[in-house]
Structures are given as C-alpha cells and as structure tokens.
Ligand binder design. Structure first.
Ligand SMILES: [Zn+2]
Length: 452
C-alpha cells in the first residue's frame, strides 16, 4: 500500500469512528431528553380519558384527531393537515347476550364484532351449537345448523411464546367464523374472545363477511366457559342475543399528517405513525394510542434537540386501522395521486411495553443497512433488527417499493388487553413508553443521516 493510500485509509477510519462517537452522543442525548419528558405520556392520558372508543366515524375519533393536531401545531411542525377521505363506517350501540339456566337469566359479557348487523325485533333466541373451529362446523350437516347460533369455543394455544402467534392460533374463528356459519344457514355467532387471560373482558375485532351478514359477538373467556358448561348440562339451552348496531354508508374522516421539512431532500418523506382509532369498547391505550403519542414524540425530540434532518419527517396518525383499514389505503392512494416520495415508513402498533426490536420489510440490502444500527441502540433495549413484518396502516405502501418497518415490544401482556375495555391508560408504564419514543427517534435519525 502506498503511503498516500495508507493515509487516506487512516483518515477514513478516524472519520468513521468520529461519526460513530457523534452518533453515540446524539443517541444518548435523545434518551436524556425522552427519559425526562412526560409529554407523550400526558398526551396518551388525554386520548384514553377524553376519547375512549374512538372507532372510525365516532365523535371521539375526531376529538382525538383535533387534540393531536393542536399538539403538532404547538410543537411547531412545518405542515399540519387533515388528509380527508370517504369510507363506509359502522357503529355499535349495545350488545346483550344471555342464557336461561334453571329459570334464571344469566348475562354473558359480550361485545359485537364489527360490522355485525343488529338483531331483528326483540332479539335472537336460538339453540346453540358449540364447535372447536371452522373445520368441525364445516363437517356438520347443514340441516342441523339452520337458524341456530354457532358458538366457536376453541381456546388459543397458550404453549406458543409470542402472543401475536397465540392470537393467530384462534383468530380464524373470529374472522372467518361468522362468514362460514352464515353460509351454512346459522342465525348468529358467538366467539370465545381471542385473548391470553381467563377473565370477564370481551375482546372484539373485525370479522370478514362475504354476502350474508348475521349478528355476531365475542364473549369473554370466563363467559365462554360458563356457556360451554351450561350446554353440557342442557343441550337444549337457548341463547338470547340483542345487538344494536348500524352500517353507515359513507362518512368523511381524516388521517392526521404533520411534517418537519428536510433541509436537503425535502421531497423525501420518512413516515412514522400509529393508528388513532380504537374499538368502541376500548380506551385504546396500547392499541394504539401509544403508537400515536410515541410517533408525535419523535417530532418533539427532533424539535427540542434541534436535530437537523435531511429528509422530511412525516408523522401520520392513521384513521381506521381496526375496521376497514381505510386510512392506510387512503394515504397510499393520496401518495400515488400526488407523487409523494415515501422514503421509508415505520409503524408502532404492537403495544408499548419494554422495547425488543425492529422488524424490516425491505430488500436484504436495506435490512442489512438498518440492522447495522443495532449496536448503537442495544443499550436502550433494542435486541434485534431483522427482516419481518411492519404494520397494517403502512402495508399499502409496499406496492410502491417503500421500505417498511415495525417497532416491536415484549408481547407477553398485549393479548391480555387487545381490543377490550382492559386496555386502559394505567396499563402503560411511562419509562417503557419513553424508551419506545427514543428508539424510534434514534433509528429515524440514523436512517436519515446515512440513507438507504
Ligand atoms: Zn392496533
């Protein structure tokens, strides 16, 4: 090696380690800031207490959007706007499910699945067929199912370690169960809640009807056990279901978008977001108020520390992840129509517990670049950055080749509270929330600085 080449190489090494030191210092500053800031936590408290049940189309969903819009304006975002779109919606007013045992009416704790239709007249009274899944139902004679309520009661598989996979072990009953039962002539469906606790909280969620819609609801795991036992004692037991719900043909609603402009490539957007809606039965603390306030906190951190961003940072609080996923699709359509260059998108919608890592849905080379930042984030709880899924709201950007990322946390408590009234503000720990904001801000800082 010539002397000049040696000098150049030494300079490169010095420069590299200098920038690594600088990055280490910036990341440290991010965490010094975030671990002493209550703003995101306070914002989450507001959302949970003043806008619980903020399902698409509800007044609460708009209260939440307006509150966060004011917050972005207060932060001094360069642009804050409501991205308007139209979509069908659905509303649940009440769900009642009961059984008659020894002449005594026992209420089962239940919440309608979205978009269940209302029951007609005075409600639905029918015999019940308990099954352990779709295959068992499909194997039965259709004649025996006519007019009955199908009760899907297969519990989740608790032997699985990741609770997202535990959820996956029984979600087919909720998503496809009402469709299959309706096609076979059933009059209604009850589903054992897809959750990891035996408790009295029903966990609602979306169901995928095709042509025929029948009333359907989730009952809590305790109530599923009560119903199953009552059926064993009396197989002529009748269930009463009264659901008051309505389809709404079209509403106008919004994604909330706030940008801080980049100083070099301002037309390239690094998107970070969560979904502002929650199910009608839930304050939506972990799902996904926390993803929203953490994403907003990324902007606060950049602003307060005066971090220079080359690319524009775009925080999006998506509407309607839960029911029809209309917000994510509307943003993808908007991006397409306006030639928006989404450089990368990161979604936080997997609970706000202790950080674990990031998953990256992109080419191997992009995964390689981003996973190279793991050692910088390791001291703050990031134990992996690996290929994997991202988030429902940013998913529609994949068709444009946008690299996508998901923020991941310890999943053990998430399915205790997902889609239920148990998902309250007090389940959120401030330091876990802050570590999430910090890691999201840090990874965006690094991606913006070095590019992909
Ligand atoms: Zn969610």
């Amino acid at each position: 090696m010539s002397r000049i080449a040696l000098i150049i190489q030494l300079l490169l090494i010095i420069n590299l380690s200098f920038s690594q030191n600088t990055d280490k210092e910036v990341v440290r500053k991010i965490f010094d800031n975030v671990l002493t800031s209550n703003e995101a936590y306070n914002n989450l408290e507001y959302l949970c207490k003043n806008a619980p049940g903020r399902l698409l189309g509800s007044e609460e969903s708009i209260i939440a959007v307006n509150f966060m819009k004011d917050y972005f304006e207060k932060l001094g975002a360069d642009t804050v706007f409501l991205q308007e779109f139209s979509t069908p919606a659905w509303k649940c007013n009440s769900t009642e499910v009961s059984i008659l045992v020894d002449g005594k009416e026992i209420q089962l704790r239940a919440d309608a699945l979205g978009p269940s239709p209302s029951t007609q007249g005075k409600g639905l009274f029918a015999d019940v067929i308990e099954v352990q899944g779709l295959e068992e139902l499909k194997a039965l004679d259709r004649v025996g199912i006519q007019g009955k309520i199908v009760f899907y009661n297969r519990p989740v598989d608790m032997k699985i370690v990741s609770t997202f996979r535990v959820y996956g072990s029984a979600i087919d009953q909720r998503y496809y169960g009402p469709r299959v039962a309706a096609e076979m002539g059933a009059s209604g469906v009850l589903v054992r809640s897809v959750g990891t606790r035996i408790d009295t909280f029903p966990h609602t969620g979306s169901t995928g009807f095709k042509d025929i819609k029948i009333p359907c609801a989730a009952i809590s795991t305790v109530d599923a056990n009560i119903l199953s036992k009552a059926l064993k004692d009396n197989n002529a037991l009748q269930v009463k279901m009264i659901i008051d719900a309505e389809d709404i043909e079209e509403i106008t609603t919004y994604n909330l978008i706030a940008d801080i402009r980049g100083n070099e490539f301002s037309d390239e957007y690094i998107v970070v977001g969560g979904h502002i809606d929650s199910w009608f039965n839930s304050p939506g603390a972990h799902d996904d108020g926390i993803g929203c306030v953490q994403s907003a906190d990324v902007m606060r951190i950049f602003k307060e520390l005066g971090i220079e961003n080359k690319r524009s940072i775009r925080v999006i609080l998506f509407m309607d992840e839960e029911l029809y996923q209309s917000g994510g699709n509307a943003y993808a359509d908007y991006s397409d129509a306006n030639n928006v260059n989404n450089y990368l998108a990161l979604e936080a919608d997997a609970g706000g517990f202790t950080p674990e890592g990031f998953t990256v849905d992109a080419s191997d080379s992009v995964v390689g670049i981003i996973s190279g930042y793991q050692s910088l984030l390791e001291p703050y709880g990031i134990h992996y950055i690996k290929k994997g899924g991202s988030g429902v709201d940013i998913g529609p950007l994949k068709k444009f080749g946008v690299p996508l990322m998901g923020y991941r946390t310890d999943s053990q408590r998430y399915m205790d509270l997902h889609h239920s009234a148990y998902d309250t503000f007090d389940k959120v720990h401030i330091r876990e929330l802050q570590l999430g904001s910090g890691n999201m801000a840090a990874i965006i800082y690094l991606i913006d600085k070095y590019g992909l």
